[in-house]
Write a protein that binds this ligand. Structure first.
Ligand SMILES: *Cc1c(COP(=O)(O)O)cnc(C)c1O
Length: 392
């Protein structure tokens, strides 16, 4: 499906670490973080051992607790909602824009008004099976909107100006899940920077990889201090190794991973350009299959950072059969995304049903991720497109 783009320099960087005794909390973490401060223009960058860990720390940093509502979308990788559930908070969904798959900001503005007003108008945004939350004294907690969590889907930034305007009006922090959008630019602002906290991820199918890993960026000192402590087993500044002021986690990134990340970051532009080139090749060969739609890049997306290459097959076409035919020709493809609200544990816990978020479900039914990485050759792209045409 995707292959990491690893060079001899990357290998040398990783090998240099294993020749030392500093395998954790050494010099590479700082170098990797510095590369992000520079790219994003953020005051703080905090490396962690997965994008999910980064999202979880962001949720903790903004103070999300039992029964708090975080507004997000179901058209994402499951981790963006799971991070909310880790704190027994409540992910509440708005549907997405049919063009981009990003948060529908008209619905967002309405949902924020309604949830803030409470009562009947709030009810229509809440899940059918609404959990009840109780404080330590046994009093019921009224679920209250506390944060927004938009996702930059497939490497295209969400409509962050509108999201920010809504957030500022209601004094809500924004956690920007930029795990798919490293290097993307919204108007003049890097993805990850318009949120109060931005998160990136480095699993091997992402634009850069560290095997497993993530990065948090923020300009907020209080958030940064909290996340630094929570990453490191809750050790606050001044705590010694066996003092833990807060309940924390081991979300530290090891030095081998940080070295690979720093090495990859030094050629981010060429990694992104290689991915753009493969997308251009796909566009060329897919022009012969007009019934297959590709993602529209908006004018506000000054730089797209292609994460996956997802096509939309025609409504009513049998995606399963198409995928099977492609697989039989040795071409792996994936349905993309499976909506979060239809994951079995979400349906069970919150009573979600098919039909609840129609745009997400339509995109989810028609999306097919084709093999994609920056190291694909023109012949390979051509082969995939020919096989796709035959399979339709
Ligand atoms: C990749 C990704 C993450 C984080 O994934 P990890 O595997 O934990 O690094 C989070 N959100 C989205 C939208 C992603 O694509």
């Amino acid at each position: 499906m995707s292959s990491p783009d690893i060079t001899e320099e990357d290998r040398i960087a990783v090998q240099s670490v294993i020749r030392t005794t500093s395998l954790s909390m050494g010099p590479w973490i700082g170098k990797f973080e510095e590369a992000f401060r520079r790219l994003i223009g953020s005051k703080y960058a905090i490396a962690v051992n997965s994008g999910t860990a980064g999202l979880h720390l962001a949720i903790r940093a903004v103070g999300i607790q039992l029964g708090d509502i975080v507004l997000t979308t179901p058209f994402s990788f499951v981790a963006s909602s799971n991070a909310i559930l880790f704190e027994n908070a409540l992910p509440v969904y708005v549907d997405v824009d049919p063009v981009t798959g990003n948060m529908d900001t008209v619905q967002l503005a309405q949902a924020v008004e309604d949830l803030t007003a409470g009562g009947e108008s709030a009810r229509r945004w809440l899940p059918r099976k609404l959990p009840r939350y109780f404080d330590d004294a046994g009093h019921e907690i009224r679920a209250t909107l506390k944060a927004l969590l938009p996702i930059d889907v497939f490497g295209q930034p969400a409509d962050m100006d509108t999201i920010r305007t809504v957030a500022v009006r209601h004094n809500l922090p924004v956690i920007e899940d930029s795990c798919e959008a490293l290097g993307a630019i919204y108007k003049t602002t890097p993805a990850g920077k318009t949120g109060d906290i931005g998160i990136f991820a480095f699993y091997p199918n992402k634009q850069i990889t560290t095997g497993e890993g993530g990065m948090i960026v923020t300009d907020n000192e209080a958030y940064a201090k909290t996340m630094l402590a929570l990453r490191n087993q809750g050790r606050a500044p001044g705590d010694n190794w066996l003092q833990h002021t807060l309940l924390g986690y081991n979300y530290r990134l090891d030095e081998m991973s940080a070295a690979l990340g720093a090495s990859q970051m030094s050629r981010l532009d060429s990694l992104l350009a290689a991915r753009q080139h493969v997308v251009d090749l796909y566009s060329k060969y897919l022009a012969d299959i007009p019934e297959v739609e590709t993602l529209t890049v908006l004018p506000t997306t000054t730089r797209m950072s292609w994460f996956v290459f997802v096509v939309r097959i025609p409504r009513g076409a049998d995606r399963r059969a198409i995928a099977d035919r492609l697989a039989a020709k040795g071409i792996p493809v994936r349905p993309y995304f499976l909506p979060i609200h239809l994951q079995p544990f979400m349906m069970e816990r919150f009573g979600y049903q098919p039909g609840d978020f129609p745009v997400t479900e339509d995109l989810g039914k028609r999306g097919l991720a084709l093999p994609f990485s920056g190291i694909m050759k023109e012949e390979q792209v051509e082969l995939v497109c020919r096989a796709l045409r035959e399979s339709l």
